[in-house]
Ligand binder design. Structure first.
Ligand code: SF4
Length: 180
């Protein structure tokens, strides 16, 4: 079993805005979130980290709920203008690096997390998915939270958190599911 105190000591060394243990059963899964992927996201069907490759919302829900624990982490970064997509997305790499650091901490503590993070996977220059080939680096690939149909807003509200903190602040979240 992971010692929460040992985990907290490691997390406290990282530039996290928030970390919290949440119950996977309390997450809200919604077909409406998936519809946004299908109708509004240019990455739909382009990577292994996006729908439909990640499976149906029901399959994603079953997988996430199969874990006993979930660690939510969040970062905030200043940017020129959150309305400028390039400026906002430029902050994403930093959050992904921190997510990978938390992944490594959990691995050191003896668990193998299943990770949902931000946007589509950008590990390879060109994803293998459109070519019908398997993911080259499944250990490094993190589907985004929304790809699984998760509406994170109710969870954030319960924790007193938000998604937006003004026009110069970008907020990113990741979920790390694990079994003890
Ligand atoms: S690691 Fe590479 S092949 Fe796998 S999902 Fe990411 S971009 Fe695609």
């Amino acid at each position: 079993m992971i010692q929460w105190q040992a985990l907290e000591e490691k997390l406290a060394e990282l530039p996290l805005y928030i970390y919290s243990s949440i119950d996977p059963a309390a997450l809200e899964f919604s077909r409406r979130v998936r519809q946004v992927c299908e109708t509004e996201c240019p990455m739909y069907g382009k990577t292994w980290a996006c729908p439909p490759a990640v499976g149906s919302v029901e399959e994603c829900e079953k997988k996430c709920r199969s874990f006993q624990k979930c660690l939510l982490i969040g970062t905030v970064t200043e940017c020129e203008d959150i309305g400028n997509m390039d400026s906002a997305l430029a902050t994403r790499g930093g959050h992904e690096r921190i997510t990978n650091q938390v992944r490594d901490i959990l691995r050191e503590l003896g668990v193998k997390p299943y990770i949902l993070s931000t946007e589509a996977c950008a590990v390879c220059e060109r994803c293998a998915y459109p070519d019908g080939l398997p993911c080259r680096l499944p250990g490094k690939m993190h589907p985004c939270i929304e790809s699984h149909g998760i509406n994170l807003i109710p969870t954030l509200e319960t924790l007193g958190l938000g998604f937006q903190y003004g026009e110069h602040v970008v907020t990113w979240y990741s979920l790390l599911f694990y079994n003890e």
